[in-house]
Design a protein around this ligand. Structure first.
Ligand SMILES: [Zn+2]
Length: 205
């Protein structure tokens, strides 16, 4: 019987340095955490690419695609835009817009309506897709790649803090009152910068 050959299999680096506002920190991505096959327990095949995970024993190939999130720039009739003050990490205390993650099997539009209602207690209408932006979401020590889908919308009713553990406050802001450094996410800053919200009206879209 041949002796079992054991070898040290290299896996993609478990940590990556991220440059962020507070300096350099370590980022751990989901693709870095898969060392053993979740189906058979086999080792990860040699590969320099972080995706897909390939099992050396059973051949499982698991692709690490971004999570999908939706968010809405909500406009009021006086030209102000709705921002929420985040009540929790990541980016606790900074401004964001209403939204959240899309669930499996859910349409983006339905996810947005659900998240807006959960966070600020109102329905949405006049939904219009604006643009997508890649993002990263830090949660419990793991950095998740995300694709954010930004919409324009109006609300049905008056928003309020319906989810205080998520939303610390609601603020209607003119574009001139927004500083980029007050916005919670890189993707939000990019989407906000790419359009002139001062002259944005639903009639003009
Ligand atoms: Zn396997």
């Amino acid at each position: 019987m041949l002796p079992r050959v054991t070898e040290v299999r290299k896996v993609p680096k478990a940590v990556i340095f991220l440059f962020c506002g507070n300096g350099i920190r370590l980022a751990v991505y989901p693709s870095n955490l898969f060392v053993r096959c979740p189906r058979c327990g086999g080792p990860r095949a040699l590969s320099k690419a972080p995706s897909p995970f390939v099992c050396a024993d059973c051949g499982l190939r698991y692709y690490f695609n971004p999570s999908v999130a939706v968010a809405a720039f909500i406009q009021r009739s006086d030209g102000r835009w709705l921002f929420i003050r985040r009540a929790k990490e990541p980016s606790k205390g900074l401004l964001s817009v209403a939204g959240g993650f899309v669930e499996i099997g859910e349409k983006a539009e339905a996810a947005l309506a659900r998240e807006v209602f959960e966070e600020i207690g109102v329905g949405v209408q006049d939904l219009r897709f604006l643009e997508s932006q890649p993002n990263q979401y830090d949660y419990l020590g793991v950095t998740y790649p995300v694709l954010d889908l930004y919409f324009l919308a109006r609300t049905i009713g008056n928003p309020h803090c319906a989810q205080p553990e998520e939303v610390a406050g609601i603020e209607w802001r003119l574009p001139s009152e927004i500083r980029l450094e007050d916005l919670a996410f890189q993707s939000l800053r990019a989407a906000w910068t790419n359009h002139d919200f001062t002259f944005f009206t639903f009639q003009a879209i």
